[in-house]
Design a protein around this ligand. Structure first.
Ligand SMILES: Nc1ncnc2c1ncn2[C@@H]1O[C@H](COP(=O)(O)OP(=O)(O)OP(=O)(O)O)[C@@H](O)[C@H]1O
Length: 535
């Protein structure tokens, strides 16, 4: 007979040898457990040595932590499937999801066929087991009442398709890899579950010592600021505080804020590593870990830092997001978690259909003049406009040249400017005081540039995925926008992918792009395509 422990765990019979101490302290954390030897049981949650059997489910489990995760998942599945009223779950398992049966919220329980139909209609694709069906309203998944009010106050009447599918899946404890168009509402689809989970947890486990419960990493300071602002709006009036951890702001202040007790940390990997290396920050309670722009975050440059941070955490739920996915991303993600459900809305790696792409063939030397012509044309200039260039120096020079030559006020924004300068410039741009911003890739991803409906790609970026993100800045939630794109022979290594994208969007294709004269040799890197270091 297996030995009973007081925590509802039994020593696994496979390994309960006579020499085992019955009173061994049960392992608290998954990270305290060793890897299994061949033939030994594996934990159903984290695949470490399954030293114990969960009393409630009979599954092999490595620690109390994974037992709680297991019970949370089982409870979520049962609740979602049987639509029972919410039950008290074991301590620590507050991140649960209950799909309501209609009535109050006006939504109805969907059969499998209805779920399939709805997913097909909304172009939602799901890979993975036990992913709950889409929700039709924010009020149908047992969110705190105050959070539902905050969502309404933000003007979100209906969830967008990615929110319909990703919110219930994340609330159900699933690890997710999510892709959906630029501007389709991905940010709220991870923030709503975070706010809900954190505030439930704090409500149930009131303590003075508040260690962070969730972490969101993004590649740029601007994006972190935006995500944190949105998180604050959604968490207003709840047990929910945030800390922003980005370069350029005083570290002492960021540290102080975390020490005061926060639920969510939003940061860039570099600054977070600095903070962790020099200060004692307790991350063991982090239960949700989000990588926004995951394809960028797992590329060389960020990957080691991201993985270093991830390893400091204790088996959190992972939520990974982007509008673009690279081929090896699923493989890389599997090194973070074995059990990841994949959700995609529409086709990944395609620019938002709402943005009209206007590619123009312009030789390098004529690009400046062409830009000035556009900015001086009443017909073609639709401020506010973001112009994307390849380098910091290029951004400074071009913004000066625009102001001097056209009389249109332009400022540059890039990674070399201080945080304060970047904030001030963004503010005057968004307030309408500056109609043109010349930016490097720091403004290319994730930013919600309210009011921007025109972007000009002056220098094609290094990869087609970055192009998709830049073009995406011209539209939010399907509103129409325009992307004027300068292409020249130096970009010829991108021509095949660009032509495919333009063709699938129904855009006109300059004949030079398909001419054999400008065909790229497979390994050539055009002059304008040198690896950029200085964004
Ligand atoms: N349900 C909703 N109803 C109305 N507006 C929404 C809803 N969800 C999000 N929004 C708004 O839509 C805009 C785009 O959302 P968001 O920035 O999250 O897009 P995204 O998918 O993350 O884009 P990107 O890939 O460019 O980062 C934001 O202004 C956001 O406030």
């Amino acid at each position: 007979m297996d030995h009973e422990f007081k925590d509802g765990l039994c020593k696994s019979s496979v390994i309960a040898s006579c020499s085992d101490e019955v009173n061994d302290k049960v392992k608290e954390r998954s990270r305290d457990q060793r890897e299994p030897l061949p033939g030994e049981p594996k934990c159903v949650i984290c695949s470490r040595y399954g030293e114990y059997i969960c009393g409630e489910t009979d599954d092999d489990i490595c620690s109390l932590e994974c037992k709680q995760t297991l019970l949370c998942r089982v409870a979520n599945t049962q609740l979602a499937v049987s639509h029972c009223p919410p039950k008290r779950l074991p301590a620590n398992d507050e991140c649960f999801y209950v799909r309501d049966t209609g009535g109050q919220s006006g939504t109805s329980f969907l059969s499998d066929d209805q779920t399939e139909l709805l997913r097909r209609k909304l172009d939602i694709h799901v890979k993975g087991d036990l992913v709950p069906g889409p929700i039709l309203s924010f009020s149908s998944c047992n969110l705190p009442q105050k959070l539902v009010q905050n969502i309404e106050a933000a003007g979100y009447e209906m969830p967008t398709p990615v929110q319909m599918q990703a919110i219930p899946a994340a609330l159900g404890g699933k690890n997710l890899l999510v892709s959906a168009d630029t501007g389709s509402g991905k940010t709220a689809s991870f923030l709503v579950p975070i706010v809900s989970c954190c505030s439930h947890f704090r409500f149930e486990h009131f303590t003075d010592q508040k260690k962070p419960l969730a972490m969101v990493l993004t590649p740029t300071r601007e994006l972190c600021i935006q995500v944190e602002e949105q998180a604050k709006l959604l968490g207003k009036g709840l047990f929910f505080k945030t800390a922003l951890v980005v370069g350029g702001d005083a570290m002492a202040r960021q540290l102080f804020r975390i020490q005061q007790g926060v639920e969510l940390i939003v940061g860039t990997p570099g600054r977070l590593i600095d903070l962790l290396a020099n200060h004692d920050i307790e991350l063991e309670d982090i239960r949700i870990f989000v990588l926004d722009e995951v394809d960028c975050m797992l590329q060389r440059g960020f990957r080691d830092q991201v993985m270093q941070i991830f390893r400091a955490l204790s088996q959190p739920q992972v939520l990974l997001y982007s509008a673009t996915m690279s081929q090896d991303i699923e493989k890389m993600v599997s090194s973070m978690s074995k059990d990841v459900a994949v959700i995609s809305v529409g086709k990944p790696n395609r620019p938002s259909k709402a943005v009209k792409q206007l590619p123009i063939w312009v030789e390098s030397k004529q690009k400046k003049q062409k830009l000035f012509d556009i900015l001086m044309s009443k017909q073609h200039f639709m401020p506010p406009v973001v112009v994307y260039v390849a380098s910091r120096l290029g951004a400074d020079l071009l913004s000066n040249a625009i102001t001097v030559t056209t009389g249109v006020k332009a400022l540059s924004i890039h990674g070399e400017k201080s945080m304060k300068e970047r904030r001030d410039i963004m503010k005057s741009f968004l307030m309408g005081e500056v109609p043109v911003i010349v930016a490097t890739g720091v403004l290319g991803r994730g930013l919600d540039l309210l009011g921007v409906r025109q972007i000009i790609v002056f220098d094609m970026p290094n990869s087609i995925n970055e192009y998709v993100h830049q073009v995406g800045r011209a539209s939010r939630l399907g509103e129409e926008g325009t992307a004027i794109v300068f292409v020249c022979r130096e970009n010829n290594n991108l021509f095949p992918e660009l032509v495919e994208i333009l063709r699938s969007s129904g855009a006109a294709i300059p004949r030079e792009l398909v001419s054999s004269r400008y065909k790229a040799c497979p390994y050539s890197i055009g002059r304008g395509q040198k690896k950029r270091k200085h964004e």
